[in-house]
Design a protein around this ligand. Structure first.
Ligand SMILES: C[S@@+](CC[C@H](N)C(=O)[O-])C[C@H]1O[C@@H](n2cnc3c(N)ncnc32)[C@H](O)[C@@H]1O
Length: 226
């Protein structure tokens, strides 16, 4: 994927733990795959906790310098989009736009500081859904934060189902957050995908989360084998 088509913007480890209701014990004991982690600091900060996290993203085809430049290029645009759509967000835990910008930049700087070491250690791998370069059942848990369902306008239902099947091939459990699209509507694919997964013998549950920043985005989809 061309770098100019990627908007690198990343959340913090704390946000990931809240979005996916991940306990410290779970993070320490499970082998976790983050799909589309981009420049978030989830992998970086999980490493401080001695966790076992691997992240994949097409962004990781690029160098630290290239990613840093791209973050610089998009930061203004991303923040002005937030300013123009203030009502789409819940300004509670994050009180204002300045705090949001500070938090995100801090997370991305943490990621950048760890990126080259993490790449060498195989924690940041250049790969793209719907195809993952791992053997069956390599992970206990695969996560998608702000990729699947969010971009439902650009990625069709077949892409979503193939990507989720692939995540279920490499991991015993899958969690996806949020279930909303960019315009704060429940993705039109959620219902059909849950029905298909249940027909195939999986348990697919919508679980309320403590995290809500995009208004109404306070649910994750948890898929397990029955
Ligand atoms: C909105 S960002 C979310 C970043 C991070 N997960 C977070 O929540 O802060 C979406 C990410 O999806 C990545 N992405 C785009 N196409 C992808 C694909 N086919 N497979 C996996 N990740 C992809 C982008 O490079 C970007 O880093």
């Amino acid at each position: 994927m061309k770098l100019e088509n990627i908007v690198p913007w990343g959340r913090s480890y704390r946000e990931y733990t809240e979005m996916f209701s991940l306990s410290k014990e779970e993070i320490k004991s499970k082998k976790i795959l983050g799909c589309g982690d981009g420049p978030s600091s989830f992998n970086t900060e999980a490493e401080y906790e001695d966790a076992n996290v691997v992240s994949i993203d097409p962004l990781y085809a690029y160098s630290k310098k290239e990613i840093m430049q791209r973050i610089d290029e998009v930061a203004g645009e991303v923040m002005s989009q937030v300013r123009n759509n203030m009502d789409n967000f819940v300004w509670k835990n994050i009180p204002d736009v300045e705090s949001l910008e500070h938090m995100r930049i801090e997370a991305m700087m943490e990621f950048l500081a760890d990126y080259e070491d993490g790449k060498e250690e195989g924690r940041y791998i250049d790969a793209s859904l719907p195809k993952l370069p791992f053997n069956n059942k390599t992970f206990d848990l695969a996560l998608s934060s702000h990729f699947l369902f969010l971009y439902s306008e650009h990625l069709d239902e077949a892409f979503h189902k193939t990507a989720i099947d692939e995540m279920l091939r490499v991991a015993n459990e899958v969690r996806i957050f949020p279930l909303l699209t960019l315009d704060n509507q429940r993705s039109p694919y959620v219902k059909n995908i849950i029905e298909s997964l249940e027909t195939e013998g999986y348990k697919a549950e919508i679980i309320q989360t403590a995290y809500e920043f995009q208004k109404g985005a306070n649910e994750m989809l948890k898929i397990t084998r029955v």
